[in-house]
Design a protein around this ligand. Structure first.
Ligand SMILES: Cc1cc2nc3c(=O)[nH]c(=O)nc-3n(C[C@H](O)[C@H](O)[C@H](O)COP(=O)(O)O)c2cc1C
Length: 173
């Protein structure tokens, strides 16, 4: 089985995780912004997506490429401020409603955000989001930023890639 990593990110943390996974597994890596990102040639897919305003940024690309994606085993990794949990699961289900969850394994990774590197409009969006957020920790992170990048978080993904490459893949049956 041959696979590849396709990722969508805006500020570099999803790209960094995708690069770490590629280094650890030898799988090729494609930014979905580039036209050569064609998933149809591969047997299994590692999809990486940042989460921006409760939405997976890869969702439009998934809709456009559905025919080449939906029958394949998929390992999805999300990169977000929020930790793993029902809130994040809900955003995944809403953003990728076309993909049967039984075909997909989800690994939640946490990213990085530095408000000083963002444009003023994006900072306004974050400030407005923080004002509405009832979770005090999440509110603090939206205003002050955070850095949860952790290379060891990719381990479950590299294990699943090994299983898929050796055709064991019990996780997908
Ligand atoms: C404008 C903006 C909106 C965001 N919205 C969310 C969100 O709704 N939920 C969340 O968990 N994280 C949110 N984040 C945090 C990002 O998911 C996090 O910074 C991630 O590492 C970004 O990935 P990237 O660097 O690949 O773009 C947001 C960040 C920004 C800048």
């Amino acid at each position: 089985m041959n696979g590849a990593i396709f990722f969508s990110g805006q500020y570099g943390s999803t790209a960094q995780y995708a690069g770490w996974i590629s280094d650890a597994t030898g799988l090729p890596v494609f930014d979905v912004k580039h036209a050569d990102a064609d998933p149809s040639k591969f047997d299994f897919l590692i999809l990486g997506s940042s989460v921006i305003t409760y939405n997976l940024t890869i969702s439009k690309w998934v809709k456009r490429n559905l025919a080449g994606i939906q029958k394949k085993p998929i390992v999805l990794f999300t990169v977000s401020g929020a930790p793993a949990g029902p809130k994040l699961d809900g955003w995944v289900a809403d953003s990728l409603a076309e993909i049967p969850m039984s075909k997909m394994r989800h690994v939640a990774l946490r990213g990085r955000m530095n408000p000083k590197t963002l444009g003023w409009w994006t900072r306004m969006i974050l400030i407005m989001g923080a004002m509405k957020n009832r979770d005090p920790q999440a509110r603090k992170e939206e205003l002050a930023g955070f850095d949860y990048m952790d290379k060891s978080g990719i381990e479950p993904i590299t294990k699943m890639v090994q299983q898929l490459q050796s055709n064991e893949a019990p996780v997908f049956q």
